[in-house]
Design a protein around this ligand. Structure first.
Ligand SMILES: NC(=O)c1ccc[n+]([C@@H]2O[C@H](COP(=O)([O-])OP(=O)(O)OC[C@H]3O[C@@H](n4cnc5c(N)ncnc54)[C@H](OP(=O)(O)O)[C@@H]3O)[C@@H](O)[C@H]2O)c1
Length: 307
C-alpha cells in the first residue's frame, strides 16, 4: 500500500489491540484495506494484511504521512487510567495531535470512540477528558461521527472476563452499595459495525453505542457466577470499600483492577443510558455462551499497555 492512493484505505488505531481489532476486521470483511497506528506493531497476527505504522505523538509529521490518502480514521486511542507519565490530560493533548494530523492529511472522515456521558463538568478526569476530545474533534472541522459505548464485551475484553476470573477463584465477591446501578455493555463486533456504517455517512452524528441488555451490576455478577459455576458468595459492601479492596487485589495481581473513578462512575449510573439499543448482541446470552472460557485466564491491563 502506498500513501498516495487516495481514499482506498482506512486507518484504525490499535488494530492489534481490542476494539480496533474488531473495527479492522469489520472493514476488511467489507473489502477495505486497513492501516493501523499502534504502539504494539509486534502484536500483529502472523500473515496479517494490516500495515502497521507507529502511533507516535512526538512525530506529528509522521502521523500526517501515515494518514495521508486515508478515507477514514477510526480513533480508539485513549488511556484507561493514569500511570507513570501517562494521564487523561496527556491523552487529550495527544488526541489533539492525532486530529491535527488527520486534518492536515486531508482525511475525509473521523469515526471516534468516546464514552457514554462525557462531560466537561464531570468530577471524573476520564469523562472530562473524553468531553475535551470530542470538543477538539469538532474544533478541527473534520467530518466526524462519535460512538459512545459504556462498557465493551466480547473478544479479549477485560471487565466481564476479570469478574469471572475473580468469581472462579475467590470465596467472596464484593459488590459496592446496593449494586442496583445498571450497565449497558455493547459487543465489540456491534461497535465495529456501527463504526463501519458511520464512516459511510457524511453526517455529523453522536451515537450511544449500547447493547440490548441493561442488567443491574448485581444481576450481572450473579449471572456470571451462575454461568461459570462459581460457588463464591456475592456480598454487598459499602461503596467506599471497593476502591481500596480493588487496590489490594491489584497489587497482588500486579495490575490496576478497577480504579476508584471507574467504580464511582458506574455506581453513579454513567455506564447506563435511557435510549434505544444500537447493538444487537445480548450480553447475558453471550456470557452463557462463553461460560466455558470466560475468566479462565486473567486479562492484565498493565501488561497490555504499560509493560
Ligand atoms: N474497553 C471498554 O470497556 C470501553 C468502555 C467504554 C469506552 N471505551 C472506549 O473505547 C476506546 C477503545 O478502548 P479499547 O478498550 O478498545 O482500547 P485498546 O484497544 O486497549 O486501546 C485503544 C488504543 O489506545 C492505545 N492505548 C491504550 N492505552 C494506551 C497507553 N497507556 N499508552 C499509549 N497508547 C495506549 C492502544 O495502543 P496500542 O495499539 O499500542 O495497543 C490502542 O491504539 C477508548 O476510547 C475507550 O475510552 C472502552
Amino acid at each position: 500500500m502506498t500513501s498516495t492512493e487516495s481514499g482506498d484505505f482506512d486507518v484504525v488505531t490499535g488494530a492489534f489491540s481490542y476494539s480496533g481489532a474488531a473495527i479492522a476486521s469489520e472493514l476488511q470483511a467489507a473489502g477495505r484495506r486497513v492501516r493501523t497506528l499502534t504502539g504494539h506493531p509486534g502484536r500483529a497476527p502472523a500473515g496479517t494484511a494490516i500495515e502497521a505504522r507507529p502511533l507516535d505523538f512526538t512525530d506529528p509529521a509522521g502521523l500526517t504521512e501515515s494518514l495521508r490518502g486515508a478515507r477514514a480514521l477510526f480513533n480508539t486511542y485513549w488511556v484507561r487510567f493514569p500511570h507513570g507519565q501517562v494521564s487523561h490530560e496527556t491523552a487529550v493533548a495527544q488526541s489533539r495531535v492525532l486530529f491535527r494530523a488527520a486534518a492536515e492529511a486531508g482525511v475525509r472522515r473521523v469515526v471516534h470512540v468516546s464514552i457514554t456521558h462525557p462531560s466537561a463538568d464531570s468530577p471524573y478526569p476520564y469523562f472530562r477528558g473524553k468531553a475535551a476530545v470530542e470538543v477538539a474533534l469538532r474544533d478541527f472541522g473534520l467530518s466526524h461521527a462519535v460512538l459512545r459505548p459504556s462498557i465493551l464485551f466480547g473478544g479479549s475484553g477485560v471487565l466481564i472476563n476479570n469478574i469471572a476470573w475473580l468469581l472462579r477463584r475467590l470465596p467472596v465477591f464484593a459488590v459496592g452499595g446496593t449494586g442496583a446501578y445498571r450497565v449497558r455493555p455493547i459487543h465489540i463486533d456491534d461497535l465495529a459495525r456501527l463504526a463501519a456504517r458511520a464512516a459511510d455517512s457524511a453526517q455529523t452524528s453522536v451515537i450511544d453505542a449500547v447493547g440490548p441488555d441493561r442488567p443491574t451490576f448485581l444481576e450481572l455478577v450473579h449471572h456470571i457466577r451462575d454461568a461459570v459455576g462459581s460457588r463464591g458468595l456475592v456480598i454487598r459492601v459499602p461503596g467506599a470499600l471497593i476502591p481500596p479492596t480493588a487496590r489490594v487485589l491489584g497489587l497482588a495481581l500486579r495490575d490496576t483492577l478497577l480504579t476508584g473513578e471507574e467504580y464511582q462512575a458506574m455506581a453513579g449510573g454513567l455506564a447506563d443510558t435511557e435510549g434505544p439499543a444500537t447493538g444487537d448482541t445480548s450480553l447475558m446470552q453471550w456470557i452463557t455462551d462463553h461460560k466455558g472460557t470466560l475468566g479462565r485466564t486473567y486479562a492484565n491491563e498493565l501488561v497490555r499497555h504499560f509493560r
